[in-house]
Design a binder for this molecule. Structure first.
Ligand code: PGA
Length: 260
C-alpha cells in the first residue's frame, strides 16, 4: 500500500479545511486503485472535517497530542479528546515541535505510549539537520531518535505504526532529498526498528518520506518499494497539488500490481 498524509499545519482555518477535505474526497472518487489518505487539519477544524471524512475512504489525523492522558496541561489536546473527535492517526515528534517548541524525546515517547493505548495510529517523525548531514551524522542522529521512541516498553501487538523520515533541511524549503537518500535512510530505520522490536511484522511498520514533496516529485518517491508513502506539508493545502500527488500514488500502486 501507499499512504499519503496531508499535514495542514497552521495554514488553513475551518472553512478552508472543510473545502479542502471535500476536494480530497472528490479526488478519490471513481478510482479503482487508491492510496490510503490521511488528512491532518488543525485542532480547531477536526470536528467539522470529521463530518466529511466519516464513512469515507479518508482517515482523520491530528498534528499533535498532549503527553498526559488527561488533566492539567493548558493548551494541549489529549488522546482521549482526539478519540472522541473520531481521529484515527496522530503526528508525533514533528521537527517544528522539536525545534521551535522544545519537544523532547521523552515527551514524544510518552505521547507514543498514550497513542497506542488509545488506538491512535502514530506517525512518528524523525530527521537530521543540514549540519548533521554535512558532518556525516545523519544516520546516527536518526537511529538515536528512533531508539528514544522505544526507550520504554510498549505493547504494540499487531498495532500499525508509521514513521516519517523528514530531513529538517528539506521541510518547507522546496529542496527535497533525493529518492535515493530517502531509500537509504528508510532501510536504516527499518533495520533499527527490527532490532528494537523483533515482534513487529513487516506489514505493521510503514515508512514515509516527507520534506518538500509536491506534484512534480511525488512519483519519483512513491515508485520506490522502500517508500510506503509521503507526508506532505505545504503542497497538501493546495488542492490541485494534492490531487496530482494522489494520482501519482495510484499510478505507483497500479504499476506494482501489474508486476505481480
Ligand atoms: P513540506 O512539509 O512538505 O512543506 O516540506 C512537510 C512536513 O513538515 O511534514
Amino acid at each position: 500500500m501507499k499512504t499519503i498524509i496531508g499535514n495542514w499545519k497552521m495554514n488553513v482555518g475551518v472553512r478552508e479545511s472543510v473545502a479542502l477535505a471535500r476536494g480530497v474526497l472528490y479526488a478519490l472518487r471513481g478510482k479503482s486503485v487508491v492510496p490510503e489518505v490521511v488528512i491532518c487539519p488543525s485542532f480547531i477544524a477536526l470536528s467539522e472535517v470529521r463530518k466529511i471524512t466519516a464513512k469515507s475512504r479518508i482517515a482523520l489525523g491530528s498534528q499533535n497530542s498532549g503527553f498526559l492522558e488527561t488533566g492539567a496541561l493548558t493548551g494541549e489536546i489529549s488522546v482521549r479528546q482526539l478519540e472522541e473527535l473520531g481521529v484515527s492517526h496522530v503526528i508525533l515528534g514533528h521537527s517544528e515541535r522539536r525545534q521551535l517548541l522544545g519537544e523532547t524525546n521523552e515527551m514524544i515517547q510518552k505521547k507514543l505510549a498514550l497513542a497506542v493505548k488509545h488506538q491512535l495510529i502514530p506517525i512518528l517523525c524523525v530527521g537530521e539537520t543540514r549540519e548533521e548531514r554535512e558532518q556525516g551524522k545523519a544516520k546516527e542522529v536518526v537511529i538515536a531518535q528512533v531508539k528514544a521512541m522505544f526507550a520504554e516498553k510498549i505493547s504494540f501487538k499487531k498495532f500499525p505504526l508509521f514513521f516519517a523520515y523528514e530531513p529538517i533541511w528539506a521541510i518547507g524549503t522546496g529542496k527535497a532529498a533525493t529518492p535515493a537518500d530517502a531509500v537509504e535512510m528508510h532501510q536504516v530505520i527499518r533495520q533499527t526498528i527490527k532490532e528494537l522490536v523483533p515482534s513487529f511484522s513487516e506489514k505493521q511498520v510503514s515508512i514515509l518520506y516527507g520534506g518538500s514533496i509536491d506534484s512534480k516529485n511525488a512519483y519519483a518517491f512513491l515508485r520506490e518499494q522502500e517508500v510506503d508513502g509521503v507526508l506532505v506539508g505545504g503542497a497538501s493545502v493546495k488542492l490541485s497539488q494534492m490531487r496530482e500527488i494522489i494520482d501519482a500514488a495510484s499510478d505507483a500502486l497500479e504499476s506494482t500490481l501489474s508486476l505481480t
